[in-house]
Design a protein around this ligand. Structure first.
Ligand SMILES: Cc1cc2nc3c(=O)[nH]c(=O)nc-3n(C[C@H](O)[C@H](O)[C@H](O)COP(=O)(O)OP(=O)(O)OC[C@H]3O[C@@H](n4cnc5c(N)ncnc54)[C@H](O)[C@@H]3O)c2cc1C
Length: 406
């Protein structure tokens, strides 16, 4: 039985990065907008889950740029591409203000527990509050729960897990360390990162062997470590719980139990075996495990890799790297001749090309990473990690000062 209801133009379930941007965008268009978040903070995995840094590239001029500037994210170019280090503690307050200033009604500690339907039409959400259940109705609903919770309750079709056995990607609980020696403490973005230890051994192989020896949990074969933007700090993405159904309370409990139990072992491994980590300490861990994959809603349109790759229009590449369009066009033609790129005319603008990596182009990526690493090491010889970060920050400031209008 719900207590009372409120009506909005747009209602967003979930206050992670997707929900924040959806709610702010709607409110800025003049829609009366509300956002319901089950936890007491906004930011989703980036605040509650300690996920850091923000990875990936987004075409310039979107709300991504605005959020990155708001959070004062520190940009580092690594073997992994651009990494934006975020201070999760500051982000909690900044994101709340960002959404509130846009005029969104925010419901914190307010889980969405059901959808309201009239026939097949979705009319609103039922949320849980300390006063009991409330109904929020709206003209349009956005499911940004990450689990497709509202869409599934509304009866939307979805897929889950991989074909064959339905298994989903593992859950991970991220944590942050401090007290890492910047001079010697390596970083690693994943199993294909070519980074080596001082003796020349590939760090990824070293982790795999440590797991086989029982120094790391059996299913933890790589300890990913990223800079956070603060000297001496590292974000660790390593714990792993496989095969737990995190859509059930029993599955969540089981996964949290496994993941929290792995943290001490991983820190112990880093302290004893990895240069630069001998004095590291646990700064904090996410208040929730991170679920990489559950329901995948079968919507009217399903975004594929190809859609994502379509973002690489020649003009965007020129803008992103601040180089002239003619150079990009010339280099793209050369790479196409070499079989590394494919160019296709943009159906929305026939004077534009879209660029796609070919299989041969993808095969070049590890080589480029190695060359990039070798060049970075040569370039930064004799410069401490802290000085290197300061230099990057200063160069970025120069870049921003040179064109303050963006
Ligand atoms: C272990 C792990 C590591 C990752 N590492 C990186 C990384 O290093 N860099 C990177 O860029 N990306 C990383 N990602 C991906 C990144 O976290 C996601 O792309 C991003 O968080 C997606 O944003 P979102 O808003 O869709 O979902 P989420 O961030 O998951 O936010 C969903 C929000 O909805 C809320 N919610 C859920 N159900 C309800 C409900 N019933 N009622 C109300 N609220 C609800 C949640 O509390 C949460 O706040 C990682 C993800 C995981 C799981």
């Amino acid at each position: 039985m719900t207590q009372f209801s409120q009506h909005y133009d747009v209602l967003v379930a979930g206050g992670g990065p997707a929900g924040i941007c959806a709610a702010v965008a709607a409110a800025r268009q003049g829609a009366r907008t509300a956002l319901a978040e089950r936890y007491g903070i906004l930011g989703g995995m980036f605040t509650s889950g300690y996920v850091n840094p923000i990875l990936g590239a987004v075409a310039p001029g979107t709300m991504y740029d605005e959020v990155i500037a708001l959070l004062g994210a520190s940009c580092a170019t690594t073997r992994n591409g651009r990494e934006m280090g975020v201070d999760a503690e500051r982000a909690k307050g900044l994101l709340l203000r960002f959404v509130r200033d846009a005029g969104v009604d925010i419901f914190l500690q307010t889980p969405v527990v059901e959808v309201v339907k009239e026939g097949s039409a979705v009319k609103g959400l039922v949320v849980g509050t300390q006063e009991g259940l409330r109904t929020l109705t709206a003209g349009a609903l956005v499911d940004a729960t990450g689990d497709g919770f509202a869409a599934a309750r509304a009866g939307a079709a979805y897929e889950m897990g991989r074909a064959g056995d339905g298994r989903c990607q593992p859950a991970t609980l991220e944590f942050t360390l401090y007290g890492v020696d910047e001079e010697t403490g390596i970083t690693c973005w994943g199993g294909s990162d070519p980074v080596t230890l001082p003796g020349g051994e590939r760090y990824a192989d070293f982790c795999r062997e440590a797991s086989a020896r029982g120094e790391l949990p059996e299913n933890v074969t790589i300890v990913r470590i990223h800079r956070t933007g603060r000297p001496g700090e590292r974000s660790v993405n390593a714990t792993q719980a496989n095969g737990c159904n995190t859509l059930t309370p029993e599955g969540v409990l089981e996964a949290e139990y496994i993941l929290r139990g792995q943290i001490d072992r991983i820190i112990d491994f880093l302290r004893r075996r990895v240069p630069g980590y001998a004095g590291c300490q646990l700064k904090g861990s996410g208040s929730t495990l991170g679920v990489r994959e559950t329901r995948r809603i079968t919507g009217d349109y399903i975004i594929t890799d190809r859609d994502v790759e379509t973002g690489a229009r020649q003009e965007d590449v020129a803008c992103f790297y601040a180089v002239d369009k003619t150079s990009v066009a010339r280099d793209a033609r050369r790479l196409e001749d070499m079989g590394h790129l494919r160019r296709e005319v943009d159906p929305d603008n026939r004077r534009q090309y879209q660029l796609y990596l070919t299989g041969a182009g993808r095969d070049m990526l590890p080589l480029l990473e190695e060359a990039y690493q070798a060049f970075s090491e040569k370039l930064s010889a004799g410069i401490s990690g802290e000085d290197w970060q300061t230099l990057q920050a200063l160069l970025k400031r120069l870049e921003e000062n040179s064109c303050p209008e963006g």
